[in-house]
Structures are given as C-alpha cells and as structure tokens.
Design a protein around this ligand. Structure first.
Ligand code: SAH
Length: 233
C-alpha cells in the first residue's frame, strides 16, 4: 500500500496545487502516493454550510467549530485508521527533517488545515490531533503549511527521488547543512570551482565536502542537534 494523504480544508480547490507538478506530481500520477482532499463544509449542519463561529469570551475573528471539524475528521478517518492525525498550527511542535522522515516511513497522514483564528481547542484532544508548525510565523491558513509538509514527505518516499544517495547527504540528514554545490562553467565571473572537486580523488572530495558541511553548519546553525564540531569527529 502506498502512502495515503488526506487533507481536510475549507478550500479544497487549492489542491493539489504545487503537489501536482514536478517530483511530487509525477509520483502522484505514478501512484507512489495518493491524495484525498475533503471539504470541511460538507460536514456543516446548517443550510449555510457554516464551519465557524464567534470566539467564546469575545475578541476578534472567528473560530472553527469543534462539532463540524470532528464530524469531518470522523468521515475522513475511521478509528482503525493507523495514520497519524495532524493539525497544522503555529502552536505546534516545529517540523524538522527527523519528523518528516518518520512520517514518510508510515502509512500516511490525515492533515487538518485550520483557518480563521484557529480551531476550537476541544477538538484537538477529542480527535487526538498532533499540532505541527512549519515555523515561527503566522500564515492565513493551514493549506500552504500542509503542502510544505507533504512536499517534504513525498520526496522521501521510495521511488520518488531518482538518486537515494542524495537524501542521505542532504541538509539536516546528519544534523549538518549540505556542502556547497558547483556545476559548469568551470569559471564563472572570475570564480573557479574548488580544485579538489575536479581532482577525481573521491576520498579527498568526500573529506572536503564533510569539512565544508561542518564549517557551514558551525557558522550558520550551531544549534542543529547531531552537530559535534570539527574536532569531535
Ligand atoms: N490565531 C492563531 C493563528 C491562526 S492562523 C494563533 O495566533 O496561533 C490560521 C490557520 O493557519 C491556523 O489554524 C493553522 O492551521 C494555519 N497556520 C498558521 N501559521 C502556521 C504555521 N506557522 N504552521 C502551521 N500552520 C499554520
């Protein structure tokens, strides 16, 4: 069974969007993963198909109703569905490559895209939603965040990336940022490609790349876990 993604949104027309082109899009048409998009409004209970209401306690904006969202989740995923249920939310744990890899190794995901000021808090516990943030900034809705999550997952699915090695050497793979890349022309505006890369000496090239990855990580992201430092390895 290939990886199954279900998205719950009030703007289903936003999908597949960027997930329909390039690597993810080709993998989708090749059946390496599947995408089901469900309109939360289909679970509304009134003739206006309303999904939101004013916040209890007052204040700005609207909140997505717990009963409507719970009904949408129940329609999308039965209790025996082994897929984790995620709620895109700026209050969630920040997404990283380790969590992406875990999710890619599983059966799929059910992803709720919030809108308005967010969703009624009670539905999070009642439907066992794991809140996931894509970074410390606020989007207008969870759809783009869900696309970011799925884009990162899909490229790790078996058969999606041509070269499995590229995933292993990429940024974050070992708590390191990737080494710098070069291609033709050999000289660009007076700057030459580092000579070692043209030497044909694979051992030297690997050592240089490792050292560059460690240098760049130490400079830019000393916080990345797994980073041991140039002398630690
Ligand atoms: N009032 C909320 C923000 C709501 S933004 C707060 O202050 O926390 C509306 C929706 O956009 C959210 O329900 C969520 O689904 C999505 N969203 C916004 N920023 C996000 C982020 N950084 N990561 C993931 N989802 C986000």
């Amino acid at each position: 069974m290939s990886f199954r993604a279900t998205i719950l949104s009030i703007f289903p027309e936003m999908f597949p969007g960027p997930l329909g082109v390039s690597l993810a899009g080709r993998a989708l048409s090749d059946g390496l993963w599947s995408l089901e998009v469900r309109d939360i409004r289909d679970s509304a209970k009134d003739k206006h198909r309303s999904v939101d209401d004013t916040p209890a306690g007052g204040g700005a904006g609207m909140v997505m109703r717990a009963d409507v969202l719970a009904a949408a989740i129940d329609a999308a995923s039965t209790p025996d569905d082994a897929r984790p249920r995620l709620l895109m939310s700026p209050r969630g744990k920040r997404l990283d490559q380790a969590r992406v890899a875990e999710l890619a190794a599983g059966p799929g995901v059910v992803v709720v895209a919030g809108r308005f000021e967010g969703v009624d808090e009670r539905v999070v516990a009642a439907r066992n939603l794991e809140e996931v943030s894509i970074g410390d900034y606020v989007l207008s809705g969870g759809e783009v965040a869900a696309m970011v999550l799925l884009d990162a997952i899909v490229r790790l699915l078996p058969g999606v990336m041509g070269n499995a090695e590229s995933a292993a050497s990429e940024s974050f793979a070992e708590g390191l940022l990737e080494y710098p890349q070069y291609t033709r022309p050999q000289v660009f505006e007076g700057q030459a490609i580092p000579e070692v890369l043209l030497s044909g000496d694979h051992k030297k090239i690997a050592e240089w790349r490792r050292a560059e990855a460690e240098r760049i990580t130490a400079e830019r992201r000393p916080d990345l876990k797994g980073f041991v430092g140039p002398k630690g390895r």
